[in-house]
Design a protein around this ligand. Structure first.
Ligand SMILES: [Zn+2]
Length: 244
């Protein structure tokens, strides 16, 4: 694996941690990881508030959950990441967090209703894992991964959620949209019963999450992560006439 690729992944991971914290998805706890392509290893922030981590703090962990580079310590719930990478070859990034509205919504028997555009990206199913324990063992992580199955997120009852996706930016945007959808559903429930959109089955557009050329640069700018010139230079907009 080229050094530049790792350096780039670490920078993007650090940016993801900052955006997710700015959006209220991450706090002092929670972790974001990225698969190192072509290897059986991934990068993850160490066991302190992700927003405080710089590229040099990011650890490398193998698929058995062992730290192989970086100072550490790695989070106790690292098995969430190693087990998901082993079982889902389509996943390039994993987030675990203890976000407020995801926890509240996970207590509802109805779960998330695909009632708006944010909720619709989870229309294929958002399972609820019933165990509220910290997922610090392989065994528990495997049960969580079974509940996640081929979906893009799982709510952990009374605990938080796990969100997966093709890459760091797409996973982060999914997690932000999930937290917002949970908050909006709870608000909606205070005055009516949420109903699925008639076209909820359209689900998600994965290409949009692989190149979120509008949402991600906006979030970098909103949270002042890098200069406006650098953020603009990174935009890979679709050509006129193209659309997702
Ligand atoms: Zn946790």
């Amino acid at each position: 694996m080229k050094k530049n690729t790792i350096r780039d992944l670490k920078r993007r991971l650090v940016e993801g941690l900052q955006v997710l914290t700015g959006e209220g998805v991450l706090s002092g706890s929670g972790h974001l990881s990225a698969r190192i392509p072509g290897t059986e290893s991934f990068l993850i922030n160490p066991r302190f508030a992700g927003v405080l981590a710089g590229p040099k703090d990011i650890c490398t962990v193998d698929f058995a959950g062992r730290r192989i580079a970086g100072k550490g310590p790695i989070p106790s719930e690292t098995p969430i990441h190693s087990v998901v990478y082993r079982s889902r070859s389509d996943v390039g990034s994993v987030l675990h967090c203890h976000a407020r509205y995801s926890i509240l919504l996970g207590l509802l028997d109805t779960g998330l209703v695909p009632f708006n555009r944010e909720a619709r990206i989870f229309a294929d199913g958002l399972p609820i894992f019933p165990d509220s324990h910290g997922i610090s063992s392989e065994n528990l992580a495997r049960r969580m991964a079974d509940a996640l199955a081929s979906h893009y997120a799982v709510l952990l009852r009374g605990h938080g959620c796990v969100v997966v996706g093709p890459g760091i930016e797409g996973t982060s945007i999914s997690a932000i949209q999930l937290e917002r959808a949970c908050q909006d559903q709870l608000l909606l429930m205070s005055f009516t019963t949420p109903k699925p959109l008639p076209d909820a089955g359209r689900g998600r557009v994965n290409a949009r999450l692989e190149n979120p050329y509008r949402a991600w640069p906006f979030l970098l700018y909103k949270h002042r992560i890098g200069s406006k010139a650098r953020i603009r230079a990174s935009i890979k907009a679709l050509k006129e006439g193209e659309h997702y």
